[in-house]
Design a protein around this ligand. Structure first.
Ligand SMILES: Nc1ncnc2c1ncn2[C@@H]1O[C@H](COP(=O)(O)OP(=O)(O)O)[C@@H](O)[C@H]1O
Ligand SMILES: [Mg+2]
Length: 285
C-alpha cells in the first residue's frame, strides 16, 4: 500500500514536472525565446554516400535575417530541404518553432509547409497563369475565400512593386520581376518563416539589390528570413548574420559587427547601391 502511495506520489510529481516544463515551453514560445528554427547535430548522407550536411547545429531566432553561404555543393539546399521536410536527416533532429519535425504526422506536413514561404533561384511560376493568378494560386490551395483573394492579391503585388503587371504572363516579365512575383506568392499568406534558395542566382547586381531590399522589407514585418546564396559579396554588404558551410559543416557563424537593426529598407538599398557602385537610379523598389 505504502509502495502504491509513493508510486502515485511519484507519478503526480512527474506530472507536475511535465506540466511545469510545458508551461515554461509555452511561456518561452510567447516571449520569443524558442528559436524559429533549430538544427541539433543534423547530418544528411545521400544514397551513394555523398555527405549533404555533417553534424550541423544551429539556432535561428524569431525575426532574424540570416544568410547561409558557401560554395556550390556545401549543403545549403540540403539544409533548406530538410526544413521543408522534403528530405529526412540521417542523424540528428530539426525543430520549427520548438516542434520536432521527426514526429510531425504525414497529414501535418502540408500545414508545416504552409507556414514556410519558399523562394527559388528559377522562380517556379506557373507559365500559363498571369501574375495575379500565380499569387492567387497560393491562397486558393489553402482554401481562402474568393473575396479575400480579390483583396489580398493586388495588395501584395503592390508591395512588390508590380501593380502595372497584374495581368501579364511570366514570360512577359524580366527575371527580377519574375522573382518579385515569386516572393509575393511566398509571402501572401504571411508565413512566420521564409526560405530563399539562391534568390538572386540568375540576376544582375542592381536587380539583386532590389530583391534583397524586398526580402529585408518582409523581414521587417517580423518574418524570419533565411537566404541561401554563394554570392559572398552581397552577403558581406548586407551586414546580417552569416552562417558559412563548407563540405556540409558550419565553419563560421557571425553576427556582423556593423549590423544595424534600425536601418530602414530605403537606407539599406541606398547603402548597398553605394557599396556596389550603382547609382541611385535603380528600380523604384
Ligand atoms: N538528391 C541528392 N542525391 C545525392 N546527392 C545529393 C543530392 N542532393 C544534393 N546532393 C549532394 O549533397 C551535397 C550538398 O548539396 P547541396 O545541398 O545541393 O549544396 P548547395 O545547395 O550548397 O550547392 C553535394 O555534394 C551534392 O552533390
Ligand atoms: Mg543549392
Amino acid at each position: 500500500m505504502a509502495a502504491g502511495n509513493s508510486e502515485v506520489a511519484a507519478l503526480a510529481q512527474q506530472g507536475q514536472q511535465r506540466r511545469a516544463e510545458q508551461m515554461s515551453e509555452r511561456s518561452r514560445m510567447r516571449s520569443g525565446e524558442v528559436p524559429v528554427v533549430e538544427l541539433r547535430d543534423v547530418s544528411k548522407v545521400y544514397g551513394g554516400g555523398t555527405v549533404g550536411l555533417e553534424r550541423v547545429s544551429l539556432e535561428i531566432g524569431r525575426g532574424e535575417f540570416i544568410f547561409l553561404v558557401g560554395p556550390t555543393g556545401c549543403g545549403k539546399s540540403t539544409c533548406l530541404r530538410l526544413l521543408m521536410k522534403e528530405i529526412e536527416p540521417s542523424e540528428g533532429e530539426l525543430f520549427i518553432a520548438g516542434r520536432s519535425l521527426k514526429v510531425i504526422k504525414r497529414n501535418r506536413v502540408a500545414h508545416l509547409r504552409r507556414n514556410i514561404g519558399n523562394v527559388f533561384q528559377d522562380y517556379k511560376l506557373l507559365p500559363n497563369r498571369t501574375v495575379a493568378a500565380n499569387v492567387a494560386y497560393a491562397l486558393e490551395v489553402v482554401g481562402q475565400p474568393r473575396s479575400e483573394i480579390r483583396r489580398k492579391v493586388p495588395e501584395i503585388i503592390r508591395l512588390v512593386g508590380l501593380s502595372t503587371k497584374l495581368h501579364n504572363y511570366p514570360d512577359e516579365l524580366s527575371g527580377g520581376e519574375q522573382q518579385r512575383v515569386s516572393i509575393a506568392r511566398a509571402f501572401v499568406n504571411h508565413p512566420p518563416l521564409l526560405l530563399a534558395d539562391e534568390p538572386t542566382g540568375n540576376l544582375d547586381p542592381e536587380t539583386s539589390i532590389g530583391i534583397m531590399q524586398l526580402l529585408y522589407r518582409i523581414n521587417r514585418t517580423g518574418t524570419t528570413v533565411v537566404v541561401a546564396t554563394h554570392d559572398r559579396d552581397m552577403v558581406d554588404k548586407m551586414r546580417r548574420r552569416v552562417v558559412e558551410l563548407y563540405e556540409g559543416r558550419v565553419i563560421r557563424d557571425e553576427r556582423s559587427g556593423l549590423y544595424s537593426p534600425d536601418e530602414s529598407t530605403s537606407e539599406f538599398a541606398i547603402r548597398l547601391r553605394g557599396e556596389f557602385g550603382i547609382g541611385a537610379e535603380g528600380h523604384p523598389n
